[in-house]
Design a protein around this ligand. Structure first.
Ligand code: F6R
Length: 611
């Protein structure tokens, strides 16, 4: 949460920072601000989106080669102009931007207040710059040293940038627990929460590690540990294309990302699955194959949509590889003192690779001896780096706050993992393995078919755009899809929606059903088909409106439902990859009809880097 950008070099910093902040708005968008050094320190902050900030920045201030900017997702203090970052020191000479949470800010603030510091905001972040200032006042040290000493006093998570009016050729950045990337150009440097503000200018980046400080001074980058030991930064080459972070003619990132799924899944399978050769391989699994085959238990940890992908994995791994599986909300798992054994494998699923709870959960499991396997989208992200091994989903940047292509990418990787393990363990015959990888290879074409005709979904979205509640029901592999469909709808259209295993309906939710209740059944033809028909009848008997996702050519459910969306037939274990697509589209079109901002829904942020 919160996006930070900094620039130091020969160009004007302001346009680079504003453009970068717009790219990072997915991380938070309740207020924004910039600090620029032109003569003195000039700070501009505004409640609302980055576009509102733009109008408030005076033209003369923008002529600066050094600046920092921030887009906020509020934790401490409501979204307003004062709580927006950057925050400045008492003497007005130092400015800071911060992403993360300073847990001991209250005690630091009290101490600093006793020394005469006056705070303007209610944020935890402001305390850091006052602390740096206090250290500078009391020790005749450099800014770099003052920042380092201040960070040693801080408990919590941070990615920060600090600039000073007294040194116009210096920018200091540091991280612990929140992401920070440094782009290295020709005599210029870019600092950002992720690579999207940087990619336009350079492919050379350094991912700062926890407890590292970057001192960018006089055209040079020096990386030190918080203990003041010089480190040699590793320069990565970014492979991201600029087009992948633009809307490419679509009205919203979410729709673009829904339509990208045939491609993103092909990219995920590329080089790993060659159906005609019966070849399936994930390099990340190879070196840990013995661990996987001997694992007594796989524990999937994740949050939100990624947790739903984990639930799909539970069905896949139990069914195909006959291994015990647990699926855990990372936020619960990390605090529960769970029993973890050395031959447990903990699989962390995360699009961003930065989710604070998932990261903390794997650190905890690692400390208890578990092997950690990361399934992430963002290359070089904290979770991917904290894992012993892993497999990227290669979905490309996902910018819409509601996760779509990352979900299907995660399910694709998890399916490949289950198939590889099933074959290795002999719980899957070679023939069945071959059939399943052929079917998996067909999934991108089948998704394309769903996307080629969205008329029925659009009609349903129009009919039910004013509904107050929705129920999503599915069985087996489609139960997690029901949860995911409900989550998509509530997060972008603000309609209350619940997902349930269809058979659970009788144990409570059935009381909600009346003629105003749309009930979405995810009911493709599979082993639960007869059972779900009974569940549909139960809803119809209570006059609920039945919307069914059915297999093409299917007649029974087709005839008994009020509305249907057909999807191509596939293997039962692959159905989530198809049945989730109409639900993504349904939530998108309902939200659009209601005039909601689908890419930036209220109160949400793409990357949840606070617990
Ligand atoms: C919902 C959504 C969230 C994320 C969750 C975990 O559409 O995007 O529920 O799935 O915040 O994020 P990652 O996958 O980045 O760990």
């Amino acid at each position: 949460m919160c996006g930070i950008v900094g620039y130091i070099g020969k160009r004007e910093a302001y346009p680079i920072i504003i453009k970068g902040l717009k790219r990072l708005e997915y991380r938070g968008y309740d207020s924004a601000g910039v600090a620029l050094l032109n003569g003195g320190l000039k700070v501009f902050k505004k409640k609302g989106k980055v576009s509102e900030l733009e109008g408030s920045v005076s033209a003369d201030a923008t002529k600066s080669n050094l600046g920092i900017g921030h887009t906020r997702w509020a934790t401490h203090g409501e979204p307003n102009d004062i709580n927006a970052h950057p925050h400045v020191s008492q003497n007005g000479k130092l400015a800071i931007i911060h992403n993360g949470i300073i847990e001991n800010y209250q005690s630091l603030k009290t101490e600093l207040e006793q020394k005469g510091h006056k705070f303007k905001s209610q944020t935890d972040s402001e305390v850091v710059i006052h602390l740096v200032e206090e250290i500078l006042l009391n020790n005749s040290c450099s800014l770099e040293e003052a920042v380092r000493l201040a960070l040693n006093e801080i408990i919590g998570a941070y990615a920060i940038c600090v600039i000073s009016e007294d040194d116009k050729s210096q920018l200091i950045a540091a991280r612990k627990g929140s992401p920070l990337v440094i782009g290295i150009g020709d005599g210029e440097f870019f600092v950002a929460s992720d690579a999207t503000p940087i990619i336009e200018y350079t492919n050379n980046v350094v991912y700062l590690d926890d407890y590292e400080i970057a001192i960018i001074r006089d055209g040079e980058l020096i990386v030190k540990s918080i203990e003041d030991v010089i480190k040699t930064p590793f320069i990565h080459k970014l492979e991201m294309e600029l087009e992948s972070i633009e809307k490419g003619g679509f009205p919203h990132f979410m729709l673009k990302e829904i339509y990208e799924q045939p491609k993103s899944i092909r990219d995920c399978l590329r080089g790993r699955l060659i159906a005609t050769d019966s070849h399936l391989n994930l390099n990340g699994m190879l070196q840990f194959m013995n661990k996987f085959t001997n694992a007594e238990r796989l524990i999937f940890v994740a949050c939100g949509t990624s947790w739903h992908a984990g639930l799909v994995a539970e069905y896949l791994f139990e069914d195909i590889a006959r291994v015990n599986v647990e699926v855990e909300y990372a936020s619960e798992f990390r605090y529960r003192n769970p029993v973890i054994r050395e031959n447990d494998i903990v699989v962390a699923i995360s699009q961003s690779g930065e989710t604070a709870d998932t990261l903390a959960a794997i650190e905890m499991a690692k400390s208890k001896g578990a092997t950690i396997f990361g399934v992430c989208n963002v290359v070089g992200s904290s979770i991917s780096r904290a894992s012993h091994a892993g497999a990227y989903i290669h979905a490309g940047p996902e910018i819409g706050v509601a996760s779509t292509k990352a979900f299907t990418g995660q399910v694709t990787v998890l399916t490949m993992m289950a198939l590889i393990l099933g074959l290795k363990k002999g719980t899957l015959t070679e023939n069945r393995f071959r059939e399943l990888i052929f079917a998996l290879d067909q999934i991108p074409n089948k998704i394309q078919k769903i996307l080629d005709d969205t008329s029925s979904v659009k009609k349903i979205a129009e009919t039910f755009q004013f509904a107050k509640n929705f129920l999503y029901l599915g069985r087996g592999y489609n139960f997690p899809v029901a949860l995911e469909g409900a989550l998509k709808l509530k997060e972008i259209s603000y309609i209350h929606a619940e997902g349930y295993p269809a058979a659970e309906m009788k144990h409570g939710p059935i009381a909600l059903i009346d003629e105003d209740m749309p009930v979405v059944f995810i009911a493709p033809k599979d082993s639960t088909y007869e059972k779900i028909i009974s569940n549909i009848q139960e809803v119809k008997a209570r006059k609920g409106k039945v919307i069914a996702i059915v297999t093409e050519g299917e007649k029974d459910i087709f005839n008994m439902s009020d509305y249907v969306v057909e999807i191509p037939a596939t293997e039962e274990c692959l159905q989530p990859l198809l049945s989730s697509i109409p639900l993504q589209l349904l939530s998108y079109y309902v939200a659009i009809n209601r005039g909601c901002n689908v890419d930036q829904p209220r109160n949400l942020a793409k990357s949840v880097t606070v617990e």
